[in-house]
Design a protein around this ligand. Structure first.
Ligand SMILES: [Zn+2]
Ligand SMILES: [Zn+2]
Length: 347
């Protein structure tokens, strides 16, 4: 197979991270195939949500109530991202954090606009509040806010591009120094699937990737409403999340793993194992009783390269795919998305 040197280096760097057994709390690791001088650290999966609101902006619950919801519902980390407000997390962590079980990470949704278009960029673990930076185009507003988040040591992610149909694929792909964007946002007006001639966010993702621009796709709640669990026309929690692979549960480890694409996004499908080698990708689903699954391996321009119904599902690289990512769909409409593996980058 043909793999360019820089790409190979990228791929191999990924392999060392992707080669361990996916262990959520207690599953045994398999062997690490990469040569290493010392025993590699054991890697674990940590479930988290990077986009949540509280009463400090337009959420309906206190930070304590919000953190409790995630803590009680099986999450390992939560980023509080109120609109243009950084909620202190020290007291919350004193109450709720537990070693290797749960942490709260501070953050902000830098809430800006261009004309009537809402331009929202999350800053994860920002050192201090970032003011909306403005700008003369959608791309400029995005870039200035991404840069401002980086300037206070935060990790940016670009939010809900289809909310009010604000951000196109062409605009997104021009933004520099940003690795993450929302391919699924749980807000009831996020328009994740597109419509009326506008592309859905997965299609947007493939357009960007096919242009040679690497972006990782995250799923988030954007939860605002914790007190109306029956109300479908509200932004409820528990709808979209990421599961991140690192050797420990810490803010730095989680954010580093997100930015190197060592995670999958989910709206309900859980993976037991996800490995990439030089030859193939193997997806092992942790099945729910009586649920059925199919795994789509997707490449350049969103083309489905293979559909598998086995578990594990394996895709063997041909070498000319440009990139391969996987989407796992279950019979109840939930999904998980793994991050693209690059085989050939044109730019
Ligand atoms: Zn927003
Ligand atoms: Zn939000």
């Amino acid at each position: 197979m043909t793999i360019r040197t820089s790409t190979l280096r990228l791929l191999l760097a990924g392999l060392s991270l992707l080669a361990l057994f996916a262990a959520v709390a207690g599953d045994p690791p398999t062997q690490q195939p990469m040569a290493a001088e010392s025993k590699p650290p054991r890697l674990n999966w940590y479930k988290g949500n990077t986009h949540t609101h509280t009463l400090n902006s337009d959420g309906d619950s206190t930070p304590d109530e919000v953190v409790r919801w995630y803590r009680e519902n099986g999450y390992n980390f939560l980023v509080l991202t109120d609109h243009n407000f950084v909620t202190s997390v020290d007291g919350l962590n004193a109450l709720h954090a537990a070693d290797e079980k749960f942490i709260v990470i501070k953050g902000e949704e830098v809430t800006d606009k261009f004309g009537s278009k809402p331009i929202h960029v999350n800053g994860l673990n920002v050192e201090r509040k970032v003011e909306p930076q403005g700008g003369n185009s959608v791309v400029e507003v995005l870039q200035r806010n991404v840069d401002a988040v980086r300037a206070v040591s935060g990790v940016p992610h670009i939010n809900h591009p289809n909310y009010e149909w604000a951000i196109t694929a062409d605009e997104l792909k021009q933004v520099q120094n940003n690795k993450l964007f929302e391919i699924y946002n749980g807000h009831h007006r996020a328009n994740n699937l597109g419509g009326g001639g506008a592309p859905g966010l997965e299609e947007v993702w493939d357009v960007i990737l096919s242009n040679g621009k690497l972006l990782y796709g995250i799923a988030v709640d954007d939860a605002h409403t914790f007190k109306q669990p029956w109300n479908k026309n509200s932004a409820r929690p528990g709808r979209g999340w990421v599961v991140v692979r690192t050797d420990r549960l810490s803010t730095t480890a989680i954010l580093d793993a997100l930015e190197r694409g060592d995670f999958y996004a989910s709206t309900g499908v859980e993976l037991a194992d996800y490995q990439t080698t030089e030859k193939d990708i193997t997806i092992t689903i942790k099945p729910e009783r009586s649920t059925k699954y199919r795994v789509l391996f997707i490449g350049q321009s969103g083309r489905v390269l293979k559909e598998a119904i086995t578990n594990p599902a394996v895709y063997q690289f041909l070498g000319n795919e440009m990139y391969v990512r996987a989407k796992i769909i279950d019979s109840n409409g939930d999904a998980a998305w793994t991050q693209p593996v690059w085989l050939k980058r044109d730019k």
